[in-house]
Ligand binder design. Sequence first.
Ligand code: ZN
Length: 416
Amino acid sequence: MRGRLQSFFVGNGATWVHRALVVALALLGALFSIGPAVASDDASAAPLIAYNALLVGDDARARLVVDFDRKPEFSYHYLKDPARLVITLPATAFGFSGDAVEARGLISDIRYGATGPGQSRIVLSAREPIQMTLAEVRDEGSAGFRLVIDLAIADSAVFEKLLAGQQETPAAAFARQDATAADEDDSFVVAIDAGHGGIDTGAIGEDTRTLEKDITLDFARAFAGKLQAVPGYDSYLTRDADIYLSLSKRVELARQHGADLFISLHADSLSQTDISGATVYTLSDRASDRLAAALAKRENLSNEIMGIEASVEPEEVTDILLDLTRRETQSFSISLADQVVASFEGRISLINNPHRYAGFMVLRAPDIPSILLEIGFLSNPEDEKRMLDPVWRDRLVDRLVDAVTRYRSPMISGMP
Ligand code: ZN
């Protein structure tokens, strides 16, 4: 494979002569595709033209989009050390700018070019074990055909399984390989996300020097345990140890474990030490108030601690279906937040206006209803004392279990 890769040209190396040639070819291709079904024999002998491409993503996911003049037949396989996805195509003229597919986030390198007579390949190298989560060709009408490949981080066991089980897989055989998904039974899975962890300690208590990352893990474990005891419910902890996880990894792990809900737990500090009580946040581009905006900004800094660059969301290559999903998810998130507030009322102290919203990155899953719960504030002595009390912790966790089951019950009773 190494030797072959030598013959690959990286996008940046394409000369203007080459680009001009490809543009000319693309124009020719466009003419053919507009006209009546012309000489299909000739057309199939000519190379495919990949005239546009885009690679987006963060450290947990990546999406590669390539636009072709004609429908590309392709197959794929994985390689290891480093983890790679190899997409095999018929002879293809790559005419897009290398800048469009610059490696980023999860993807450490991308190469493409001819690998033999009548064969071209695109090779994506990853920083971690991966799995392909989507591979499809969309008919874009006069714009040609769009190949969409999604990759996500995978457990190494899952990646090994993919490596071991593979033949050169025709793309038609692709089905989402949720090898890790806990969705075989119909349990309702709640992903419980203990905020911060590892090098990212989060807030620090004024009196006791308690670390937010320890409080959140303590509550997350207690919540997971109680929820698991309810028939029909299952929980998944994004972290069950003192480790650092980027914000997007938290979301991706939840998705891979078949989460139906995502609940992130926090216990931050404020400069106004008199503010106390629990707050429930949902996602919004515009913050409900200044306090919410400041908190979201601080939470989103978690990525910067590890030097993870601000990501381009794969959703930027978006479609109407995704927008609809997102809107529907948003209304479920709001309904969950309302249930949490209702369950807490009179039992767990709440901030005034307890349902607030802001642009928390960890709430950005388009398909999983998500909330962020500030259990209390480590900057407030009473809150701090309460959060260290196991009796109070269990009371709060019971209210959360109540909120989740209430959230779900109208859905169950609404079923035929
Ligand atoms: Zn926090």
